[in-house]
Design a protein around this ligand. Structure first.
Ligand code: PMP
Length: 319
């Protein structure tokens, strides 16, 4: 008598067993090692991306959000750092798709491509060094609260200036600026930091762009205020103007405008759309997530989860 094959429950790999892209091929995480003199580890000479993929249970599908846009931005970051991506955007997207499939992920995932100076030698510079490239994926939940709202402080750390190290390139070394601000905020009992530019204008959160709402209009700092040119920021500007008929103004924002804003929210691939309910111990609006923030958040998630056919081309279906 032949027995029918047992149903094998899906097993999510442990981190060590998970598949990564490293040195031009797909390998196990545990088999992907770097030498301890790797340039990028010592000098922060790398650039990276953060891409989200959303698991949608009812469709049994994993959707990567705006993946080509992230690889295009990585190419721009690389250019600033005199580095070159080894592959084109289309190829990078198909490798990422293959990697996610191999891992068999059935949950929300964070995708981390990293281009880095891989030469194992001493000496601070960008030129005359080898580039390494890897992609690693891992399960990922909420980065900051998205339901109840977060409490922020204006950081005592200023946002790094374009002429010090350009924030628009997602350079690994620059993230020490974000790490200082984030830890200061958390050690003081807040959830997140908001950083100012050197001339005192609002720049961004430690890993998020910022929007404020005043008199029904959205206001966000311009790209020249030392922000990362966020893909979520661009997505929300599009939704606000094209779908919600809102006015979006990109202009410098004063610190005190944060305190009197009707609503404030942070956004990013990790943060998604996170309502801010308090800044420097001043309640924003009535201290609850605001109505426009909630609408934008709902529209954003509908797109991320493949529930808005109009924006289906912003998603890459993995399975
Ligand atoms: N600013 C900084 C400093 C960030 O690290 C991020 C996260 N990548 C963002 C803004 C948001 O960018 P995006 O929407 O492209 O994820």
């Amino acid at each position: 008598m032949t027995q029918s094959a047992p149903t094998v429950p899906h097993s999510v790999p442990s981190r060590d067993e998970s598949w990564v892209y490293f040195d031009g091929e797909i390998r196990r995480y545990a088999d992907s090692r770097l030498g301890i003199l790797t340039h990028a580890l010592h000098y922060g000479t790398g650039c990276f991306e953060g891409i989200r993929a959303y698991w949608v249970e009812e469709q049994q599908q994993l959707f990567a959000l705006r993946m080509p846009e992230h690889y295009d931005r990585l190419r721009q970051s690389a250019k600033v750092l005199l580095m070159e991506l080894p592959l084109g955007t289309e190829e990078l997207c198909s490798i990422t798709t293959e990697l996610l499939r191999r891992n068999g992920w059935r949950q929300d995932i964070y995708i981390r491509p990293l281009l880095y100076k891989s030469s194992e030698e001493i000496g601070v510079r960008l030129h005359g060094l080898k580039d390494g490239f890897l992609i690693v994926t891992a399960p990922f939940g909420a980065y900051v609260d998205i339901d109840n709202g977060i409490r922020c402080m204006v950081s005592s750390w200023r946002r790094i200036d374009d002429n010090v190290a350009p924030a628009r390139s997602k350079c690994t070394g620059i993230y020490v600026n974000s790490a200082l601000a984030k830890t200061e905020a958390m050690q003081n009992g807040f959830d997140e930091a908001i950083m100012l530019t050197h001339d005192g204008h609002v720049s961004e959160g430690s890993a998020e762009n910022i929007f404020i709402v005043r008199n029904g209009a959205l206001i966000t700092p311009p790209e020249s205020d030392n922000i990362l040119e966020g893909i979520t920021r661009a997505t929300l500007i599009h939704l606000a103007t094209e779908e919600m008929g809102l006015e979006v103004v990109q202009r410098c924002i004063d610190r005190s405008e944060l305190y009197i804003a009707d609503e404030v929210f942070l956004c990013g691939t990790g943060a998604q759309v996170s309502p801010v309910i308090e800044i420097d111990r001043r309640r924003i609006g009535d201290g609850e997530p605001g109505p426009l923030t909630s609408r934008i958040q709902a529209d954003y998630f509908a797109i991320c989860k493949g529930r808005n056919p109009k924006y289906r081309d912003w998603l890459t279906a993995i399975y």
